[in-house]
Design a protein around this ligand. Structure first.
Ligand code: DX5
Ligand code: ZN
Length: 218
C-alpha cells in the first residue's frame, strides 16, 4: 500500500513560513489547517494567506477545512490552488452537493469526521470521495495525544473501502501521529498520515519524514 506523509504547518514557526514550508519538501503533501474560530475554538490562516502558502509550496497542498460553512466556502480553497480539499461532515448541510461542486473544480475531495462521529454516518459517501479523514484528536490544536479509541473506526473504514474495490479513496489520519502511533494507525488501515509536532519539533524534519515512512510501512 502506498504511504503518504503530510506535514501540518499549524505548529511550524509562522514568522518564517517560507523556510518552514521548504523544510518538508520531501513529504507527499503539505497539510494546511484552516480554522475559523467557529467550527473549532482556534483561528489560523485567512484565504489570502492560504493562497500565498499554496503558491509557495513545491509539493501539493492538502487543505483541511475546520470551518463552519464548507458548503459555501470550500470551493474558494479549491480555487486558491489546493490539490486536495477536505471539509468536515459535521459542518455540512449537504455533503453530496459540496463534494460534487469541489469535484467539478478538479481538486481531490476529502471528507473528515471528528472522533465522536461514527464511520457509518459517512459510509455512503465513500464512493464519491478521494479521501476519508478520520480525526485522531478533537480538531482545533496541534500537539494533542493520539486517541487510540479511534483505531477500530479506521479498521472499519478500511474494510468498507476494500469491499468497494475499484478506485479506492485514501484513508487519512490526523492528530497525535508520531513514530509510535503511526504504526498503530497504519496497522489499522490508514495510508495517509498528517503529522504536525512530530515533524516540526524534530531536529531534522526531512529525517523524521523518512522515519515516519518506515514506521508506517512495517
Ligand atoms: C488539528 C489539526 C492537525 C494538527 C496535527 O486539529 O487538524 O492537522 O496540526 O498536529 P499534531 O500532529 O501535532 O497532532
Ligand atoms: Zn489537520
Amino acid at each position: 500500500m502506498a504511504i503518504r506523509i503530510c506535514p501540518s504547518i499549524l505548529n511550524a514557526d509562522h514568522s518564517q513560513l517560507h523556510n518552514e514550508i521548504h523544510r518538508v519538501a520531501t513529504a507527499d503533501l503539505l497539510h494546511l489547517d484552516v480554522m475559523d474560530n467557529i467550527f473549532v475554538p482556534n483561528k489560523t490562516f485567512t484565504l489570502e494567506e492560504c493562497a500565498e502558502i499554496i503558491a509557495d509550496s513545491d509539493i501539493p497542498v492538502d487543505s483541511h477545512l475546520m470551518i463552519a460553512d464548507p458548503d459555501t466556502s470550500a470551493i474558494k480553497y479549491a480555487q486558491a490552488g489546493s490539490a486536495s480539499v477536505t471539509f468536515h461532515f459535521e459542518a455540512s448541510q449537504n455533503p453530496r452537493a459540496t463534494i460534487l461542486q469541489l469535484k467539478a473544480s478538479g481538486v481531490r475531495v476529502g471528507v473528515a469526521i471528528k472522533p465522536k462521529t461514527t464511520f457509518e454516518r459517512v459510509a455512503d459517501l465513500l464512493e464519491h470521495i478521494d479521501m476519508l479523514l478520520i480525526m485522531t484528536v478533537e480538531p482545533g490544536f496541534g500537539g494533542q495525544s493520539f486517541m487510540a479509541d479511534q483505531l477500530p473506526k479506521i479498521s472499519e473504514a478500511r474494510r468498507a473501502l476494500l469491499e468497494l474495490g475499484g478506485s479506492v479513496p485514501w484513508l487519512q489520519v490526523d492528530g497525535g501521529i508520531s513514530l509510535e502511533t503511526i504504526a498503530l494507525a497504519s496497522q489499522a488501515g490508514a495510508d495517509t498520515f498528517v503529522a504536525g509536532s512530530a515533524i516540526y519539533k524534530a531536529k531534522s524534519p526531512a529525517e523524521m519524514i523518512a522515519a515516519l515512512r518506515v514506521a508506517a510501512t512495517i
